[in-house]
Design a protein around this ligand. Structure first.
Ligand code: 1HN
Length: 349
């Protein structure tokens, strides 16, 4: 067990540290207590972005730069505890992407995996390795690692979605690769709905073997997720800590739909108040429907549809739904689970 604090820094010791510093040597005993903490210590702060506050600025960015010039016109949601670090939890990236009518966000690929959660507008498409999917509010759409992707809005309304990426995880591991496409818009190679038909119906092509860890289903439509939650609610009482909560899975493995980002959707019945809960994965929530509040210590975050909020890892929290509410969420839980690190605590412990 590390001690409570670093040993005293005497002048003699300091002189020694100064002598070894040019050799790129440093004493562990000065740092041990802050490196190996008895419980998680994070810079991540609870924070909420109200969509009504963000939206006017996001739309202004539409007049400032084109999606083509920006490559991706995204306003990053930066955690106030990590200023300038392009992260919302410490391990994950989140941003709001705007694509205006008639625009194209040009094709590229990278080793970072991305999720899209559709916030506003309906009918723009994203294309993943030659297959397009049309996006509707509440849909959860995946861009797997190293797949070509471009987006286009052929509707007459702006389209906004939340991007979630494993940027900081890939950076930590030194595994970032990226390249632009030969063309801005990928050629369509398969008809729309092909992946959903093959992989999204509790059926799999008879001779198919998964080549990658990411789910072959790349659009999980909100209509289906919602139907499942509503049926669960009709079927019985909510679970005390999460209400009715489901995780999105890769149907070929039963594992999380994305290898590095866990994604979840939950229904909180009107008046439901969850019991205190915490887990080591800092989590980003989006209110899809309803309204309520989430408490983290002394911080109260009141949410309405399209609001986005973050609960730091290991921070005890409770949700209260004033109306029947649906929350989408994502975290690095699958990474922690794969490494045997994920922990949760239920109740006031
Ligand atoms: C990216 O490629 C997209 O493809 C969105 O839509 C957000 C944030 C950081 C780095 C790459 C996209 C991104 C991103």
């Amino acid at each position: 067990m590390p001690g409570e604090a670093a040993p005293a820094r005497t002048p003699e010791r300091q002189a020694f540290y100064d002598r070894i510093a040019p050799l790129n040597l440093a004493p562990l005993w000065e740092r041990l207590h802050s490196l190996v903490t008895p419980e998680p210590v994070t810079q991540c702060q609870p924070h909420i972005w109200h969509y009504a506050d963000v939206r006017p600025h996001l739309l202004q960015s539409g007049g400032l730069i084109t999606a083509m010039e920006a490559t991706r016109r995204v306003l990053m949601l930066e955690n106030p505890g990590y200023p300038g670090e392009a992260t919302i939890t410490g391990s994950l990236f989140a941003g709001l992407q705007l694509i205006m009518p008639g625009e194209v966000a040009p094709a590229h690929r990278h080793t970072q995996s991305a999720l899209r959660f559709i916030i506003e507008g309906r009918g723009a498409y994203t294309s993943v390795d030659g297959e397009r999917t049309t996006m509707q509010p509440g849909d959860f759409v995946i861009t797997p690692s190293w797949t070509w992707h471009d987006h286009g809005n052929e509707t007459s309304e702006p389209m906004v979605w939340l991007d979630g990426l494993d940027i900081q995880i890939v950076r930590l591991l030194g595994a970032s690769f990226a390249e632009p496409g030969a063309n801005n818009v990928q050629a369509v190679a398969r008809s729309e709905g092909d992946s959903f038909a093959r992989y999204g119906q509790n059926l799999l092509p008879v001779d198919w073997k998964p080549a990658v860890k990411t789910s072959p289903v790349f659009n999980y439509p909100y209509a289906r997720s919602r139907e499942a939650l509503v049926a669960m609610d009709r079927g019985g009482p909510p679970e005390a800590y999460h209400g009715h909560k489901l995780r999105y899975v890769n149907p070929a493995s039963g594992q999380s739909a994305m290898p590095t980002i866990g994604t979840f959707i939950q229904l909180l019945p009107a008046g439901f108040a969850s019991q205190p809960y915490r887990a080591t994965d800092g989590t980003v929530f989006v209110c899809v429907e309803g309204g309520g509040e989430t408490r983290v210590g002394d911080t109260v975050m009141q949410w309405l549809p399209r609001d986005i909020f973050v609960v730091p890892g290991w921070a005890q929290h409770t949700h209260h739904a004033s109306r029947e509410s649906v929350l989408f969420s994502f975290s690095d839980r699958p990474v922690q689970e794969a490494l045997g690190l994920w922990r949760e605590a239920r109740g006031n412990v």
